[in-house]
Write a protein that binds this ligand. Structure first.
Ligand code: DSN
Length: 445
């Protein structure tokens, strides 16, 4: 590589990815074929518009690749229309607002603290600033039921919908460990005549692999990123279902206009090419096997945590992710300790809010972790048990003495001291070595 500085940083990142294990449930490892398409000559092109309707010349190959990606997406997700151009998930969701709502219209979505997403109407997001956002949460967890199969209170959501009459309702989240029952949201949306948009970003690969229900017959619109369980490049798609076209036959055109020229300029054609490759890969029988293993691995990991006495939101998982409520072991706001300690070990997870969060979004009381990336590397039951045991020991043995100070002013100082102490912790250094040995047995490149 000509640029030695950049080459050096890339090498360091390769090493980090190779020698650690990625457990953030929204991340994954793309295939070489996906990365080759992403680094292809399509990166050089401008192609504002849509296939056969472009504002620039020289787009015959771009048209072919975009049409191919569209065909593959439609077939994989069983929908009649797709827009493949959104740069990523948040712009895709914003395009849905632009296509279906006017500024200040009422919209409704799952609150971020309850496992939703910023773009489903959070007050700091454009979607909560330019629209009147009503947010629903999850059922109160009485902490006695060990297993819950559905954490949504549909009566409450229905009452909210009837009261506020949102024009658009979102279903789908980023930290919900159970299956989404799309038909129940559809009943509510249909009753009040709202659009129902399913954001399947987290579970798209599981839907494609047949291990999570599809919203295709319940939602009007489906959005997804392409880089999570779907294992493609960073990017997104917006789909319109048969039901969506029945509700509004202009919906596909409205979505197209919202993406371009409404929000974006030229599509990233190299990204489109890489999405086409990922969709091909996701349609292969081996991907079904992969999706099954992702869920199996998550269930195994959840069992290891439960056996050790950790409290899991919903008592376990039905998909690719697990949300650990650390409150009983390390107190409120303790996600940061686990994230930092596991970073040192080479296990990448993220601190996350839990339903009924008692601390704050910056110092949440949970950690979120999942199996899509580790499963791509070929890890199975044995490795999940090994990883789970390490996490248990870190939480129960090494982190036991630490508590987040109640006073905000004391926190930075305390965390500085904590970081310095764990850096030299011999047990963590031992676990780091153990995880590295495990990780390099499963190459990612
Ligand atoms: N950043 C994504 C996630 O981690 O779930 C959501 O946009």
């Amino acid at each position: 590589m000509v640029d030695k500085k950049v080459a050096e940083i890339i090498k360091k990142e390769e090493k980090r990815q190779q020698e650690g294990i990625e457990l953030i449930p929204s991340e994954n490892y793309t295939s070489l074929a996906v990365r080759q398409a992403l680094g292809s000559v399509f990166v050089n092109k401008y192609s504002e518009g849509y296939p056969n309707k472009r504002y620039y010349g020289g787009n015959e190959n771009v048209d072919e690749i975009e049409l191919l990606a569209q065909e593959r997406a439609k077939k994989l997700f069983n929908v009649p229309f797709v827009n493949i151009q959104p740069y990523s998930g948040s712009p895709a969701n914003l395009a849905v607002y632009l296509a279906t709502c006017k500024p200040n219209d009422v919209i409704m979505g799952q609150a971020l603290v309850a496992g939703g997403h910023l773009t489903h109407g959070h007050h700091v997001s454009a979607t909560g600033i330019f629209f009147k956002s009503v947010q629903y949460g999850l059922k109160k967890n009485d902490h006695k039921k060990s297993e819950e199969k559905d954490l949504f209170d549909y009566d409450q959501i229905r009452q909210m919908a009837i009261k506020h009459k949102p024009k658009l309702i979102w279903v789908g989240g980023t930290a919900y460990p159970l299956k989404f029952h799309y038909e129940k949201f559809a009943q509510i949306a249909d009753e009040i005549g709202a659009y129902l948009a399913a954001d399947i970003a987290h579970v798209a690969g599981l839907i494609a692999g047949g291990v999570h229900p599809s919203p295709a017959s319940d939602a009007h619109i489906i959005t997804t990123t392409t880089h999570k369980t779907l294992r493609g490049p960073r990017g997104a798609m917006i789909m319109v279902t048969e039901k969506g076209i029945k509700k509004d036959k202009e919906l596909p055109e409205k979505i197209n206009r919202a993406v371009f020229p409404g929000l974006q300029g030229g599509p990233h054609d190299n990204q489109t090419a890489a999405i086409a490759v990922a969709l091909y890969e996701a349609s292969q029988p081996s991907f079904k096997k992969y999706a099954r293993q992702v869920v199996k691995n998550a269930k195994i990991l959840a069992e290891v945590f439960k056996k050790a006495g950790l409290k899991l939101v919903a008592g376990g998982t039905e998909n690719h992710l697990i949300l650990i409520d650390l409150t009983p072991v390390l107190g409120p706001g303790s996600g940061i300790f686990v994230q930092k300690a596991l970073d040192l070990v080479g296990l990448t997870v993220n601190k996350n809010t839990i339903p009924e969060e008692k601390a704050s979004p910056f110092y949440p009381s949970g950690i979120r972790l999942g199996t899509p990336a580790a499963t791509t590397r070929g890890m199975k039951e044995k490795e999940m048990k090994e990883i789970g045991e390490v996490i248990n020991q870190v939480i129960f043995k090494i982190l036991k003495p630490y508590r987040l100070p109640r006073e905000k002013a004391d926190r930075l100082q305390y965390l500085k001291k904590f970081s310095a102490e764990i850096k030299t912790n011999q047990q963590l250094i031992f676990f780091r070595d153990k995880i590295k040995k495990l990780a390099i047995k499963f190459p990612i490149f």
